[in-house]
Design a protein around this ligand. Structure first.
Ligand code: ZN
Ligand code: ZN
Length: 174
């Protein structure tokens, strides 16, 4: 078996071509992968372009940089965790405890069925439930009856209770 320099150079040529094709395919698939990955992680189009460019220009080191800097959660995961947080907050709000006996009460209860303590009061105008310390109804803007409001001028305090004239009538009385 004789050593043939021509076949060796052919072999190297084929190896180089194969390696080059492999690297090109790898580069292309990494760029495509980065683009797909950043698309489910970031809504910002500039971030998408930057991430894809980093991989396209820097190739393998670019992928490392992208993996370090990419948002840890996908948009879907972020949305799910927001939903979970909201559900958690809601369950905390719903499971409020009676200040009298400590048993669980519902948001819509007026009095505690266990100890008969007052939990809410109804608005005398729209009948929606208000927290006991509130002295104005957040739904219709009617001040609670018999509650002295702070920061009132004498003129305002003497005027009959009227929800509409609270903010709008700033004109001086004759
Ligand atoms: Zn109670
Ligand atoms: Zn009301």
């Amino acid at each position: 078996m004789s050593f043939d320099p021509a076949s060796l150079s052919n072999f190297i040529l084929i190896l180089t071509a194969w390696g080059g094709a492999f690297l090109a395919a790898l580069w292309l698939s990494l760029v495509i992968w980065t683009y797909r990955d950043i698309r489910i992680r970031a809504r910002d189009p500039l971030a998408r372009i930057l991430a894809t460019l980093v991989t396209a220009i820097l190739f393998l080191p670019g992928i490392v940089i992208y993996l370090i800097l990419r948002p840890s959660r996908t948009l879907e995961e972020e949305y799910q965790s927001t939903l979970e947080e909201e559900a958690l907050l809601q369950s905390i709000e719903e499971a409020s405890l009676c200040p009298g006996c400590g048993r669980k009460t519902r948001e819509i209860w007026l009095v505690c069925p266990g100890c008969h303590i007052r939990l809410k009061k109804p608005c005398h105008q729209c009948n929606k439930l208000m927290e006991l310390p509130w002295n104005i109804c957040p739904f219709c803007g009617t001040p609670a009856p018999g509650v002295r409001r702070e920061n009132l001028t004498l003129d305002e305090a003497l005027r009959p209770v009227n929800p509409i004239s609270d903010e709008t009538s700033a004109s001086p009385s004759p």
